[in-house]
Design a binder for this molecule. Structure first.
Ligand code: ZN
Ligand code: ZN
Length: 255
């Protein structure tokens, strides 16, 4: 699998970090993990084949994770690149996803559901196993962030990835991410986090030491991180694996 960070930042505007979106390429197709407003242009900037994107995962309904979905569907509805497309685009997320997209659509009769190709919206239940792509098995987990927020565990052949998305602290995530090949985890704050619904570095590294992933990528970085060297701060916690700072444009191969 190939993994590309499109946006390593948050809702706060930042000159180098755009909002949440990650591209995952497998031999069965491609998945966009979260779709911020910046994601749609970042895909083009990274020269990714957005017109053939197979699936989108929406972790929760904060706009730095879903704000690009309506603009993307507005684009695919009209772009020459998708005019001949026949294969479906599947959008997965928590209960309420369809209502949200319909509300975006109704705001100005954008006709987002009238695409040249079939659009499928699938609301998933926590802990329900589903196929996000053929041969890519997924399970979602409730997280303490919003009512609907979900982490996701993906398995393709014998490779695994967990994306926590935004979350407060819970050891359940440690079990969920146990021994995965890549753990993509939010690390919003350095220390003394101002809100319970996100993670700070000490909590992240506690989860990492417990879960023992092959590699961990720290993401969803608020601008306060500009003042610190994230990797050397993380190494003070003696992590059991390589720690990688997410940056827009970071590319990794999971094999
Ligand atoms: Zn966020
Ligand atoms: Zn959020």
């Amino acid at each position: 699998m190939k993994f590309i960070v499109l946006g390593s930042g948050t809702a706060v505007p930042h000159p180098q970090r755009s909002s949440s979106a990650y591209w995952l390429e497998t031999s069965s197709g491609t998945i966009l993990l979260d779709c911020s407003a910046s994601a749609i242009h970042r895909m083009a900037q990274e020269k990714l084949d957005w017109a053939k994107l197979d699936a989108i995962w929406i972790s929760h309904f904060h706009l730095d994770h879903v704000g690009g979905l309506a603009p993307f569907l507005f684009g695919t509805r009209n772009a020459p690149e998708t005019r001949e497309r026949k294969k479906p685009l599947k959008i997965f997320g928590a209960k309420g996803l369809e209502k949200l997209i319909k509300a975006f659509d109704a705001a100005n009769e954008y006709k987002l559901f009238r695409q040249p190709f079939p659009l499928e919206i699938r609301e998933v239940e926590p802990l329900e196993k589903f196929e996000i792509l053929e041969d890519v098995e997924a399970v979602a987990l409730d997280t303490p962030h919003t009512d609907e927020s979900l982490a996701i565990h993906l398995r393709h052949k014998d490779k695994t990835l967990v994306y926590t998305a935004d979350t407060g602290f819970t050891m359940t995530l440690g079990d969920f991410a146990r021994n995965v090949d890549l753990l993509l985890i939010e690390c919003s704050f350095y220390k003394n986090k101002p809100v319970e619904k996100h993670l700070e570095l000490g909590e992240v590294m506690h989860l990492v030491r417990y879960a023992k992933p092959q590699r961990v990528v720290l993401t969803h970085l608020y601008p306060e991180w500009d003042a610190f060297d994230l990797v050397s701060e993380a190494e003070k916690f003696s992590p059991p694996c390589e720690v990688i700072e997410a940056k827009d444009g970071l590319r990794l191969v999971i094999n």
